[in-house]
Ligand binder design. Structure first.
Ligand code: G3P
Ligand code: CA
Length: 238
């Protein structure tokens, strides 16, 4: 069955990357939750943009603010910006956690943060997928955490199809839905890689990427996406 990842949590109906969006995703039993990670002054914050303006009532750059300042902002429905620790505490061992590194610095500290949570039993190794458009960062992370699942992000169809991800010892390729074709998916599968498509909300798009043979989708509306996928597989089985 095609997996459904809640994109920025269940962000279609809740503030993106918020604790309520994560809770809503857990409520519908998603296969995973995708969240964006940015470095702030003294922690790792869960927010997509480098600037606060679009999603909060704050101004300025995320990296100039402290954890406390970020938490005091309104990032939608009166919720503050969560830290990575808030996310680990809320999700626990319940589902896959895909952390997309955006502008994330001090990666040594980031690795320690993950290890601390794994060692404390708050989350399990098998749950974590680290993804990034910065493939250099991914190589470095895989060297530091050989056990971690690497998700290579791309919004292109490279000349050598999925070869780049195999070189990275990746677990999955996370592809913009507009750059997926049959050849790419076939090549990825032959290399033992999973292909997950983002961001897939509309019925027609769900049908198209499923037809391409993807293993999973990222959706802002995970409840609807799950229902649509179930229905499609029933129809096919009938
Ligand atoms: O991780 C998939 C997708 O979230 C990448 O794009 O801009 O939504 O973070 P963006
Ligand atoms: Ca993302």
């Amino acid at each position: 069955m095609t997996l459904v990842f809640a994109h920025r949590g269940a962000s279609g109906n809740h503030p993106e990357n918020s604790l309520s969006a994560i809770s809503a995703a857990l409520d519908v039993d998603v296969d995973g939750i995708e969240l964006d990670v940015q470095s702030c002054r003294d922690d790792y914050a869960i927010i997509h943009d480098t600037w606060l303006d679009r999603t909060t009532n704050g101004r300025g750059m995320v990296r100039h603010a402290s954890r406390e300042e970020l938490n005091a902002l309104n990032a939608g429905n009166g919720e503050g910006i969560p830290t990575l620790q808030d996310v680990f505490n809320l999700i626990g061992t319940n589902t896959t956690i895909n952390l997309e590194l955006k502008h994330t610095y001090c990666l040594d500290k980031f690795v320690q943060y993950i290890e601390k949570n794994v060692n404390a039993g708050i989350v399990e190794r098998s749950q974590i997928i680290l993804s990034s458009f910065d493939h250099h960062q991914l190589v470095w992370l895989k060297q530091k955490l050989p056990w971690v699942k690497i998700g290579t992000l791309t919004a292109s169809i490279p000349l050598n199809y999925a070869e780049f991800a195999q070189q990275l010892h990746a677990y999955s390729i996370h592809m913009d839905k507009n750059f997926i074709n049959h050849e790419f998916v076939l090549d990825a599968k032959q290399r033992g890689l999973n292909v997950y498509a983002y961001t897939v909300d509309k019925q027609k798009d769900i049908e198209l990427v499923l037809d391409m043979g993807v293993d999973g989708i990222f959706s802002n509306y995970p409840c609807h996406a799950k229902m649509a996928i179930n229905k499609l597989s029933e129809t096919k089985g009938a």
